[in-house]
Design a protein around this ligand. Sequence first.
Ligand SMILES: [Zn+2]
Ligand SMILES: [Zn+2]
Length: 389
Amino acid sequence: MTGDVSGKKDLHGIGAAVPDKMRAWVLGDPEELTLVDKPVPVPGRAEVLVRIDAVAICATDLEILTYGTPAMIEGGPPFNKNYTPGHEYMGTVAALGPGVDEFAVGDRVTVEIHAGCGQCKRCRMGMYTSCHNYGLNYGAQDKGHRANGFTTDGGFAEYAVNNINTLIRVPDAMSDEEATLVVTAGTSMYGLTELGGLVAGESVVVIGPGPIGLLAVAVAKALGAAPVILVGTRESRNAIGRELGADHVIDARNEDVVARVKELTGKGADYVVDCAGSEATVNQAVAMTNRGGKICLAAFPKNAVSFNLGALAVNNIYLYGIRGEGRSATHRAMAFMEAGRFDASLIHTHTFPLDDLPTALRYARERIDDAIKVVVSTRPGVPGGAKAG
Ligand SMILES: [Zn+2]
Ligand SMILES: [Zn+2]
């Protein structure tokens, strides 16, 4: 099988045609991205080279460009280190590292971000996204950890190297753009099932219709949660939440969110996923969760927030955080997406060519034209702008 490429597939730049150099965006000072020529990386043991076909922009990319964190290159800030950001990408296997027979050149794949060290306590528990050797992949400290686009080079480029544990096969019928959304859906899946233990028939409230929130609605609905309630303020996004399966949408601008959740659920929600992470939403989450319920924090508040901690104790409420995908939840998210249980592509709004990355970032940051997920494509001849159809 190795090296056997179907005649239907796009063969440019894979197998024997892998070039020595590639185009890649690199981060200089904050907000300063430059398109440069870089050597194409060479896959090591348990790794493949991926020809990147599409990469989605995440709010975390915007944060990295401005603040550096949560990216960390060689133990410090990522600025002026020839580092390429971007982590939500998909593509085609272009070359195999030594000993790899799990994938073949020509396979379409999408990626999750973290390859843990495999030897720390958390990796041994399967919690590789909480690896204790996070960011240790260089010099004498090389523990083999990778978080592509965070601690190693990522996807705003023509090629990247990935550990085989981070790869998910993409069905032929799925578009490049939809395949970039698997890691986002996988993050929502991990929060609800692997960490939260959600079972059918329990009520879920999602606060904040960003990409993770909207796909949390979709995943919760597909898992049989009932009712699924979305809290948001932007009508265009709330409408997508309804299409993805929200039974009820609460507009936080003109309704009492907590009172409405209690009215819809009786005693309060079994699960609340807070994708906003503001003081107001954390307090709403605590007040709307029923006794013995669970709150998943899926946002990164920049400042300390004040909330009624005692209410968690008195009501046996569990509070837990997620920093991203985990426990191979991406594979289960892909299973739902392949089966058409929800249409993740509803949150993809714009595509731009790789050369127009700065425009794509501006659309994502300023939410121009109601942008939600903006995708950058390396396919030749991609016109930039709103999604066709
Ligand atoms: Zn992301
Ligand atoms: Zn580890």
